[in-house]
Design a protein around this ligand. Structure first.
Ligand SMILES: [Fe+2]
Length: 242
């Protein structure tokens, strides 16, 4: 009875840095306007984040996006945060789409990175080819390959040894927080738990595109899967310097 008089407090992230989101307005499938971007940033702040590295899709076949648009977008977003009184550290890198253009881009040695970590994603439909060459090209230039949401590539759900292979190649893994509570699907949640139990997770990200992602975070931070993951894995989010 007494309990019902008090609203339960929102759960907070135990991390202060989010490294994956789509907050620059109008350049990919994330926020489509500045007002929404500012709302999402406030939501992430309420969830406990104090530093955001936002990561628009780059080289993705669906979005005509490039590094110049990202740099311009983050400068404008920083100004808008300041003008709106939002006190948060925000920087941009990007989420590269894996493919031949990515390999060309690596060779041009002009990558948007987070302390040398280069975030990239695979197609959801087909398995990546030339993995070894791409990873080699990244590493030989001093970059650290960082795979976005490894748990979401369903063609590997029955090939769990592929994850071990990638780790042995020197690929870091960024898991999506919402995968831990089954936001995407039960099989994605299952693989997220597997990667967590193996101690394979290096970074966590909200992968915020819209408010349903930020709303779900409150559930994540109360979930036992989240606490177990933090116990079993060395999470590097807060060690980044920017
Ligand atoms: Fe993303």
């Amino acid at each position: 009875m007494i309990k019902s008089l008090f609203k339960s407090k929102p759960a907070l992230s135990l991390l202060s840095t989010d490294i994956h989101s789509h907050l620059i307005p109008g350049i990919d499938d994330g926020s489509q306007n500045l007002e929404t971007s500012l709302e999402l940033i406030k939501e992430l702040q309420k969830a406990g984040f104090k530093r955001l590295i936002t990561t628009p899709h780059n080289l993705h076949p669906k979005f005509g996006n490039n590094s110049d648009a990202i740099k311009k977008g983050i400068d404008e977003l920083k100004i808008a945060c300041k003008e709106s009184g939002i006190d948060i550290e925000i920087e941009a890198a990007c989420e590269y789409y894996y493919g031949s253009k990515f390999l060309e881009h690596i060779k041009s040695d002009n990558l948007l990175h987070i302390n040398k970590f280069v975030l990239f994603e695979f197609s959801y439909q087909s398995e990546p080819i030339n993995l070894e060459e791409t990873i080699y090209e990244l590493k030989s230039r001093g970059y650290k390959p960082l795979l976005a949401h490894p748990e979401r590539y369903i063609y590997w759900h029955n090939k769990l040894d592929r994850y071990e292979y990638l780790k042995n190649l020197g690929v870091y893994f960024q898991l999506n927080l919402n995968s831990l509570v089954g936001y995407y699907s039960a099989p994605v949640q299952k693989v997220a738990k597997h990667l967590s139990q193996k101690g394979f997770v290096d970074f966590l990200g909200s992968d915020t595109h819209h408010s349903t992602h930020t709303n779900s975070l409150n559930k994540v931070f109360k979930d036992k899967n989240y606490n177990e993951l933090l116990k079993n894995n060395t999470i590097l989010n807060d060690s980044l310097v920017f």
